[in-house]
Design a protein. Structure first.
Length: 235
């Protein structure tokens, strides 16, 4: 069993959304197996199904001046930010397939999210950054340190249609965290965001390519599949 890996680089959000839809359609039609897209976006804000518009703090004029797009999409969760230096992953997975932890005819969406959190926790560990889950708060977080509370490293929001997943996760690698001031990240106002660059004790900042390779390896191990890179996707 394999998972196909597509790495199109930095592409506009609308282009990534269109690519996702093509892969999802092909997966539903049985034309392709489970597939993971790992990529990067120019600055963009996305509002999930549960998003509150007031969690976008920046004015429309400021966002337009900065060239930041805003997209309302069908994933779960609130508002989030994507931008340069952030690794974005879109797993297109049929939850009815042979997946770890599946107890019935399909893996539940919450169990799928727990697997994605495990992928990110293991990815962070590659850069000697301990990460954890926090009950009731989807995503991955640093450990609290004395009086410093945990900070968010990665966000997760998925959509499931006819048993096939889309959207996924965003891991801050070398992200400019000042851009998160435009929003209340994921609707959580009492915790800060951080990045692998700031948290890793390694002498050199991790690159996006290193994070992408670590995430692909971790994804294969968590989902118990071999990762097979594809040069191009042809529906």
């Amino acid at each position: 069993m394999v998972i196909h890996l597509l790495t199109p680089g930095r592409i506009p959000y609308a282009e990534g959304l269109a690519l996702q839809r093509r892969v999802v359609a092909a997966r539903k039609a049985g034309q392709i197996g489970d597939t993971l897209l790992l990529l990067e976006h120019p600055p963009v804000l996305t509002l999930g199904r549960n998003a509150r518009r007031e969690h976008v703090l920046a004015s429309d004029e400021l966002l337009a001046a900065k060239g930041v797009e805003l997209h309302e999409i069908n994933r779960g969760g609130d508002v989030t930010y994507h931008g340069p230096g952030q690794l974005v992953g879109y797993p297109i997975v049929d939850l009815r397939g042979d997946l770890p932890g599946k107890k019935g005819p399909h893996l539940g969406p919450v169990d799928f999210v727990r697997l994605l959190e495990e992928v990110l926790i293991r990815t962070c560990a590659e850069f000697r950054v301990p990460a954890q889950r926090i009950q009731g708060r989807t995503g991955v977080w640093t450990l609290a340190n004395g009086t410093v509370p945990e900070k968010k490293l990665g966000a997760i929001g998925v959509h499931v249609s006819q048993g096939v997943t889309s959207h996924g996760f965003a891991l801050n690698v070398t992200t400019d965290l000042r851009d998160f001031q435009w929003i209340v990240p994921c609707g959580i106002a009492d915790r800060e965001v951080t990045s692998l660059e700031l948290e890793s004790p390694l002498p050199d900042a991790p690159t996006l390519e290193q994070a992408r390779n670590a995430a692909a390896k971790s994804f294969g191990r968590v989902f118990e599949r071999q990762m097979v890179a594809l040069e191009h996707f042809v529906p």
